[in-house]
Design a protein around this ligand. Structure first.
Ligand code: NAP
Length: 250
């Protein structure tokens, strides 16, 4: 089940905390990956690790998602390199947190450009070859805060909620062509960033989660692998919430 052998996937933010777990999950199921990010050295090191672990010829494609031209070139470069694109995972994302009254224009526009607009451009570009192939899987990483809101994250929550609406619209446009579009919405996930929080703060966070712990990157990777699989053919326009029960939505 969920075998991705013969499939190709583009994963943005592939060397990050969650992105690397997603890449590992897809590679473990047999997909060949184009790993993308803006930090070429980090990306190359991760590609070498992945190739050693899974013995596939995964490739890295550097792309700064704040640069429109580079974004427009990313899907064509993936198709050129891997021969086709079956799976697009929009995972890259940034935060520029601030309270509404103090939020600077650039904090708003950077988050919208990288988290929302780049995903739009990648989805638009991927839709064409996927429709032609009569097969495609688009999986976008949103966040629980896109559904609940969060103080200090007007920009981030707007981008994540926007991705959900975009995904539902695209899902309706592409459904008849065998192409699905879905979101995975993580709650608090243990990454290098959350590892450094003081124990008291971690305990306070865990107390808000019925499971009593943060999620693991692998748990997001598994959700993405399912939605990317042939078995998920009848699931589209949905959000899979992976949050330990901290918000029971939908
Ligand atoms: P992370 O470790 O900071 O990774 C973010 C990734 O995004 C990095 O690989 C980074 O690649 C890429 N990125 C950032 N700016 C970029 C740019 N301008 N151009 C290209 N790539 C760029 O964060 P994470 O925690 O794994 O987050 C991954 C996704 O999960 C994000 O969408 C985030 O919103 C979402 N999420 C995370 C959590 C959580 O608890 N961690 C919860 C809910 C949702 P480079 O370093 O190569 O630029």
């Amino acid at each position: 089940m969920f075998d991705l052998t013969g499939m190709t996937a583009l994963v943005t933010g592939a060397s990050g905390g969650i992105g690397s777990s997603i890449a590992r999950a897809l590679a473990a199921q047999g997909a060949r990956l184009a790993l993308s990010g803006s930090n070429a050295a980090k990306l190359r090191a991760f590609r070498d690790e992945l190739n050693a672990e899974y013995g596939q010829d995964h490739v890295e494609i550097t792309c700064d998602l704040s640069n429109t031209q580079q974004v427009e070139e990313l899907v064509p470069a993936t198709v050129d390199t891997l021969g086709k694109i079956d799976i697009l995972v929009n995972n890259a994302g940034i935060t520029r947190d601030n309270l509404a009254m103090r939020m600077k224009d650039e904090e708003w526009s950077d988050v919208i450009r990288i988290n929302l607009e780049a995903a739009f451009r990648l989805m638009r570009a991927a839709a064409k070859p996927m429709m032609k192939a009569r097969f495609g899987r688009i999986v976008t990483i949103t966040s629980v805060v896109g559904a609940t809101g969060n103080p200090g994250q007007m920009n981030y929550a707007a981008a994540k909620a926007g991705l959900t609406g975009m995904t539902k619209s695209l899902a309706q446009e592409l459904a008849s062509r065998g192409v699905t579009a879905n979101c995975v919405a993580p709650g608090f996930i243990r990454t290098a960033m959350t590892d450094v929080l003081p124990d008291a703060q971690k305990e306070a966070l865990n107390a808000r989660i019925p499971m009593g712990r943060m999620g693991e990157g692998e748990e997001i990777g598994a959700a993405v692998a399912f939605l990317a699989s042939r078995e998920a053919a009848y699931v589209t326009g949905q959000t899979l919430h992976v949050n330990g029960g901290m918000a029971m939505l939908g």
